[in-house]
Ligand binder design. Structure first.
Ligand code: FE2
Length: 251
């Protein structure tokens, strides 16, 4: 997986669907159940952010690093060729798009606006089947077209000093697409046991979860070391962020 040909396709905007990850998915479900109980997709009565944060901390423990790398190797990815970030578990509760404090989670954005390298490839894997009811979506028509955004306000060092992604209250700057009347995103449909690879330069957004259940997914950020050194990657049309996350991709 991710041979030079596939990487080139991704840098040009391809969305590549793959099969795999079931075993890792089951390991994650065990950890999720241990934290959230036997019906983890059932929305809780009270706050969801606090148990979700505890769960994320649990999944940041060092023993998850070899498991994550086994998962990637099992997909046929030569892990030694890549900078790899720790995987991020996402949990999107039904109706959370209507909560003002969660608004930033639904912003349309390119990950590159967060000082992610142009050569970055994102791997996104749902932990159950997802559809337009509870997925995320792309704006492929804007892959090769600049859009108005506030990435010039994003400085990675400043972001880290304020707690970064581990700080759910960090509202320092979450760069996003500044188009008030944007078109509908094209939803991603995947089964449990499938995953999607895409360039971090793709414009995308979490879709409102209008299903009755919590949506769980993981994503992993990958940067091919040699491609990055050689300046390969997706074209940079409108990314004005400062700094670079790569020194922190040590998972
Ligand atoms: Fe993103």
């Amino acid at each position: 997986m991710l041979d030079p040909n596939e990487r080139e396709q991704l840098y040009q905007g391809a969305l590549l669907k793959k099969s795999g990850g079931l075993e890792f998915g089951e390991q994650l479900w065990q950890a999720i159940r241990a934290e959230l109980g036997e019906q983890p997709r059932q929305p809780p009565e009270g706050d969801f952010l606090e148990p979700l944060t505890r769960l994320r901390q649990r999944l940041s423990q060092p023993h998850w690093r070899p498991l994550s790398r086994q998962f990637l190797s099992g997909l046929g990815l030569p892990v030694e060729e890549f900078f790899i970030d720790r995987f991020r578990l996402r949990g999107v509760a039904p109706g959370s798009h209507q909560i003002a404090a969660a608004a930033a989670a639904f912003y349309a954005h390119r990950d590159t606006w967060f000082a992610n390298p142009q050569a970055q490839i994102n791997l996104w894997m749902p932990l159950h089947d997802v559809s337009q009811l509870d997925s995320f979506g792309f704006y492929p028509q804007y892959f090769a077209q600049a859009v108005a955004n506030d990435s010039d306000r994003f400085d990675y060092e400043q972001f880290v000093s304020q707690g970064g992604f581990q700080n759910p209250n960090s509202r320092l700057c979450q760069p996003h697409w500044l188009e008030p009347s944007r078109p509908a995103a094209q939803p991603v449909h995947l089964k449990f046991g499938q995953l999607l690879l895409f360039s971090a330069a793709h414009l995308h957004a979490t879709l409102p979860n209008v299903s009755p259940h919590i949506r769980f997914s993981i994503d992993v950020r990958l940067v091919h070391r040699r491609d990055h050194d050689q300046g390969l990657g997706a074209p940079n049309l409108d990314n004005h962020s400062r700094g670079c996350v790569l020194a922190d991709y040590t998972w």
